[in-house]
Design a protein around this ligand. Structure first.
Ligand SMILES: NCC(=O)CCC(=O)O
Ligand SMILES: [Mg+2]
Length: 337
């Protein structure tokens, strides 16, 4: 009887399975790797001290007061994660039509930056530049009588907000508002005020996505927004060329890094941007993506560690230099195992 494994002439000389046969050769040809350097950890900041609140639609994610956040930052730094992104939970009493709390030097975000840079100076601190946590209506900018978000008056406030973050010591300011011209305006102001080292990570291709739902619960802006939407400034999920145009403008205006948001449904956009510009490109694995993976894992329908690592590698394979993800600490822990 013939050996079933004896090669026959009708079989190909190129056997793709040779390299997949053993762990060593699979590792040799692995094109994409994941390390803690690829992660940015987004966190929600609360007023008070000793305060810790669970986010119902994001099991495992908590809002923390500054003192607890400082402890968290030490752990994040020890795990080798390079940066943390701050999202303040603004009390209703501090919200207004003019969003003045956004640039309050004593505001929650600004105080958190100072405390974190003081306690853990090596950890990169990134701030969110947008007005939605500070407006009574939950839109990312100032509105006119008709409710339309006004571009240029909003940019003026964003510039003040970004400057207040840089003055507090933020390493990276990240405009997530999608107003036109804000990167150029923020860059000019930072240069004029001597903040020449402050990096700008532009949310360049931010889509009007339904995957942001749990985040709006986490920062408490869902109720303010009511049934409203952000279609007049965030991008239509149907568009791809428009993302290229947005990124070109932001890089021209002085962005150091660009971002695509959300992540997994938009990896074609990431690949196009990376191929076309070759600039540092980040992906936001958003709250809805986290919630989906978490819920399926909690039901026993998916293997959480395996599926999260696969999601991360997919984003890197698409061209991302790094990923903002609520899973950052879990991933760093899994990678160290
Ligand atoms: N600027 C941050 C968001 O708008 C949402 C992120 C998320 O859904 O995780
Ligand atoms: Mg733009």
């Amino acid at each position: 009887m013939a050996d079933l494994d004896t090669p026959r002439s009708s079989y190909p000389v190129t056997r793709m399975r040779r390299m997949r046969r053993d762990d060593f050769s699979r590792r040799m040809m692995r094109e994409t790797t994941l390390t803690p350097d690829d992660l940015i950890y987004p966190v929600f900041v609360l007023e008070g001290s000793g305060e810790r609140e669970a986010v119902a639609s994001m099991p495992g994610v908590e809002r923390l007061s500054i003192d607890l956040l400082v402890e968290e930052a030490r752990a994040v730094q020890r795990m080798g994660i390079p940066a943390m992104a701050l999202f303040p939970v603004t009390p209703l009493s501090a919200k207004s039509l003019d969003a003045a709390e956004a640039f309050n030097p004593g505001g929650l975000a600004q105080r958190a930056v100072r405390a974190l840079k003081d306690a853990v100076p090596e950890l990169g601190i990134m701030t969110d530049v947008a007005l939605d946590p500070f407006t009574t209506h939950g839109q990312d900018g100032l509105i006119d009588e008709a409710g339309y978000v006004m571009n240029d008056p909003t940019v003026e406030v964003l510039v003040r907000q970004a400057l207040s973050h840089a003055e507090a010591g933020a390493d990276i300011v990240a405009p997530s508002d999608m107003m036109d011209g804000r990167i150029g305006a923020v860059r000019a102001a930072l240069e004029a005020e001597g903040h020449i080292h402050t990096r700008i990570l532009a949310y360049s291709a931010k889509y009007a996505s339904s995957y942001y739902g749990p985040f709006r619960d986490a920062v408490g802006s869902a109720a303010n927004l009511g049934g409203g939407n952000k279609y007049t400034y965030q991008m239509d999920p149907a568009n791809s060329d428009e993302a290229i145009h947005e990124v070109a403008l932001d890089l021209e205006e002085g962005a150091d890094m660009v971002m695509v948001k959300p992540g997994m449904p938009y990896l074609d956009i990431v690949r196009r941007i990376k191929d076309q510009f070759g600039a540092p490109t980040f992906v936001y694995h958003v709250s809805g993506e986290y919630a989906m993976l978490k819920a399926a894992s909690q039901n026993g329908w998916l293997d959480e560690k395996a599926v999260v690592l696969e999601a991360m590698v997919s984003m890197k394979r698409a061209g991302a230099d790094g990923v903002l993800t609520y899973y950052a600490k879990d991933i760093a822990r899994w990678l160290a195992e």
